[in-house]
Design a protein around this ligand. Structure first.
Ligand code: ATP
Length: 307
């Protein structure tokens, strides 16, 4: 494809290494300390000019290896990638209508921020297609307007988010960490998981960054990192989906250094010490029949990139 008429952006999924959730604020959001880590599960978002569509409007299509996940992606203006294109068009005089094709590998409604990743990718792709007029700083602001999890996939690597999770600072990491993700049948609604969290934990304290986790990342120490992983939403996700307890147990019994629900779930994340251990753990998870599938990834990886 010609780069002037079509742009493809590759964008990673995230796993939360620490997700500390404070009490609900007056505006309805929760104060968060959220350590995001970008892993090598990538969606690809391709945009091309569609002169038959009004500027800023989008026609969407989607494909991917998992039909049950692909079927849950909305193809109307509820899709975060379409909303990103519309928002960027408002400040881009050269904006056109666009066709947006999503090639999904990130689990849908899986707690790995796939929709947010696609929105970040659409911002970068449309900005490139339309002549790159919007600065990176402004793209990050637009991303924060689209959702708390949208700025991080622009950055990638590892970063701590504060506020409602959208104010980001990079976190230094040494080396590469190896992960296995257990995919679930069906998704979990992030809003429902937060509501369950409020029900279970009405007295949540103010969230704080775990300094031991930060030290483990800087040292590149998988053993320490595994022990420091934490997710305040895990109890709520397990309450709504009790079967995830058995998935976590399979991973722990098979020797994972750390086992947590990813974000709001239902994907479970397992840290291991090497690519070989990752392959073994993925096989153990698949054999257990406690999850729909298991995939291997590593992190940190860069954020949204034009390919
Ligand atoms: P998060 O971790 O940010 O809460 P998630 O990974 O649990 O998100 P997503 O894959 O982002 O969940 O999808 C959540 C819902 O968003 C889906 O059920 C779907 O209806 C909607 N959605 C909107 N745009 C997209 C998109 N581009 N890809 C996937 N889902 C999307």
């Amino acid at each position: 494809m010609n780069a002037t008429t079509a742009v493809t952006v590759r964008v990673p999924a995230k796993v939360n290494l620490q997700l500390a959730v404070g009490p609900a604020r007056d505006d309805g959001y929760h104060g968060l300390v959220n350590v995001f880590h970008a892993v090598s599960l990538f969606d690809e978002v391709t945009v091309s000019a569609a002169p038959d569509l009004r500027p800023g409007t989008a026609a969407l299509s989607v494909d991917g290896d998992r039909p049950d996940h692909v079927a849950r992606v909305p193809l109307d203006d509820g899709n975060l990638a379409a909303r990103a294109a519309a928002l960027l068009a408002r400040e881009t005089p050269t904006a056109t209508g666009v066709r947006i094709h999503l090639s999904k590998a990130i689990p849908v409604a899986g707690g790995m921020a796939g929709g947010s990743a696609d929105a970040a990718a659409a911002l970068v792709a449309c900005n490139t297609l339309w002549g790159g007029g919007v600065s990176r700083t402004r793209l990050l602001e637009l991303a924060a307007d689209l959702g708390s999890d949208v700025p991080f996939p622009l950055l990638g690597r590892t970063a701590v988010g504060t506020g409602r999770g959208e104010r980001l600072a990079p976190v230094p990491v040494r080396g590469t960490f190896h992960w296995v993700f257990a995919l679930a049948e069906g998704g979990l609604s992030t809003a429902e998981v937060f509501a369950e969290y409020d029900r279970l934990r009405p007295d949540a304290p103010q969230p704080r960054l775990d300094e031991e986790l930060v030290a483990a990342l800087a040292a590149g120490d998988a053993l320490r990192l595994g022990a420091a992983l934490g997710n305040d939403l895990q109890r709520a996700a397990l309450s709504l989906r009790p079967g995830l307890g058995a998935v976590l147990d399979v991973g722990r019994d098979a020797g994972a250094l750390g086992a947590i629900v990813s974000g709001s779930g239902p994907t479970c994340a397992f840290l291991v010490g090497s690519p070989d251990r990752a392959r073994e753990l993925a096989a153990a998870l698949r054999d257990s029949k406690e999850c729909a599938d298991a995939v291997i990834a590593h992190g940190p990886v860069p954020g949204a990139t034009v390919v």
